[in-house]
Design a protein around this ligand. Structure first.
Ligand code: UD1
Length: 431
């Protein structure tokens, strides 16, 4: 079981290219199940979640070839339809194989995603959307079960919860509707860039989709899909994590190969906190000098401030001047990092779905537990500005979504090392 040890006090400086996006590549991989020809995916990030998804696809009879960062997936009409608990429970995005399975093979048996650490994360919208298309999904023994011989037909589907649109439910229903007979209208579709890229990949495979990038997707089903060759775009959350790190350490970091407009909400906040942000055509530079100012941030669906950067920004607020306010509108319980930041000497009060952060001049290193993927990144960032050493345990969370974060931060000047310790912790929980 690995742990990271961060020595505080260094500024992050330098340039680095963003890695391929985790949240983009996972639904793309699931979509390979729809195609009768190979799907080639380039710039695949080296992540634990990608390896988990590969295992699931292999169990479903997909031929997999990973050469460097180029992944080739070849699915067929037939094969097993069960995605088992031991794999699906470690990663919520794996539930995305459900729609493609029912659409292509007429049947599916996919474990419900496992319990998660910051509140209930239901799949009711996934089920509602697919059932509107005729999937007939029922829950049996912890599995989402459909078929055999389901034939999907287009329908009007509203995909909204009280927290707004759902990213993976949109991916799910879209990926099924492309092979459904007739026309499907998805209202309140998520507008996250990862959904746009999925839709563009499906279009390259021969799908007929209108309204890509908007809140209403109109899908005219086709009988079969061919192959495609796509390149995964930059991980805006990984890029944002490095930019926050630059701002809070008084550093100077340029992240390359990004689409700056996808990070505008973060850029605005960092500017308001006193950092200088320079957006190039495909790069963002963040430079800061001295203490940041406080900020008020509310997480919202794209293009609002991403919930996946909330914890990292809170780490920056801990040493900013004044009182900051964080309101979590996507996952009201996503505050597991607060208790760990308190161990480093942060002054944070949680009130329902809000956290009030009183900036202090210094944090002090301690041993902390990573609780979920993005919360772990926040602890690493906090360690960069804490006196002495911060030991972050349960690093498997961070390895799910950040490729070699210790090496990448090291390139920017961070003093951070990875140590392997005997297995003491329980099994990883789902994020
Ligand atoms: C995706 C991202 C995750 C990000 C989140 C919000 C991936 C692999 N994961 O997760 O990193 O934090 O979007 O941007 O892309 N909801 C329901 N019923 C459902 C589905 C969702 O009520 O069936 C609720 C959720 O509990 C949450 C809100 O809708 O309150 C948005 O969640 P959703 O967009 O679905 O998150 P994910 O797609 O799981």
């Amino acid at each position: 079981m690995d742990r990271l040890i961060v020595t505080g006090g260094t500024r992050l400086c330098g340039r680095l290219p963003a890695a391929g996006s985790k949240n983009e590549v996972l639904p793309l991989m699931a979509a390979a199940m729809l195609a009768s020809e190979p799907l080639v995916i380039r710039n695949v990030p080296d992540l634990r979640d990608v390896r988990t998804m590969l295992s699931i696809l292999q169990r479903l009879g997909v031929e997999v070839d990973l050469a460097g960062d180029v992944l080739t997936l070849q699915a067929s009409d037939h094969g097993p339809v069960e995605a088992p608990y031991d794999l699906v429970s470690t990663m919520r995005a794996s539930v995305c194989v459900l729609g493609p399975l029912v659409a292509r093979r007429g049947a599916a048996r996919v474990s419900m995603p496992g319990g998660c650490v910051f509140g209930v994360r239901p799949v009711d919208l996934h089920v509602k959307g697919l059932n509107a298309l005729g999937a007939g999904i029922e829950v049996e023994g912890g599995y989402l079960v459909a078929g055999p011989d389901r034939h999907l037909r287009g329908a009007d589907v509203y995909l909204g919860s009280r927290f707004g649109s759902s990213v993976l439910a949109t991916a799910q229903v879209l990926s099924a509707a492309v092979l459904a007979e007739g026309t499907t209208r998805i209202e309140n579709a998520a507008m996250e860039p990862e959904i746009t890229r999925l839709a563009q990949c499906l279009q390259q495979m021969g799908a007929r989709i209108e309204g890509v990038g908007g809140h209403r997707l109109v899908v005219h089903g086709v009988e079969q899909l061919g192959g495609a060759d796509v390149t995964v775009g930059a991980d805006r959350i990984e890029a944002g994590t490095f930019l926050v790190g630059a701002a809070m350490t008084g550093g100077d970091v340029t992240v390359e190969n990004v689409r700056p407009h996808e990070l505008m909400a973060l850029s605005e906040v960092l500017r308001s906190m006193g950092a200088e942000i320079v957006e190039g055509d495909d790069s963002i530079r963040c430079r800061a000098d001295g203490r940041l100012e406080s900020a008020d941030v509310t997480t919202l669906p794209y293009p609002g401030f991403p919930t996946d950067l909330q914890a990292q920004l809170m780490a920056a607020m801990c040493t900013a001047r004044g009182i900051s306010l964080v309101t979590e509108r996507i996952f009201p319980d996503r505050f597991m990092h607060v208790a760990e930041l308190l161990r480093l000497g942060a002054r944070i009060r949680k009130e329902g779905s809000q956290a009030i952060v009183h900036g202090t001049e210094r944090l002090s290193g301690a041993t902390v537990m990573a609780s979920d993927l993005r919360a772990s990144a926040a602890l690493v960032l906090a360690g960069l500005v804490a006196d002495g050493e911060t030991e972050i345990r349960r690093v498997y969370h961070i390895d799910r979504g950040y490729s070699r974060i210790d090496e990448r931060l090291g390139l920017l000047g961070a003093t951070i090392r990875r140590e392997t310790q005997p297995k003491l912790d329980p099994q990883p929980a789902d994020w």
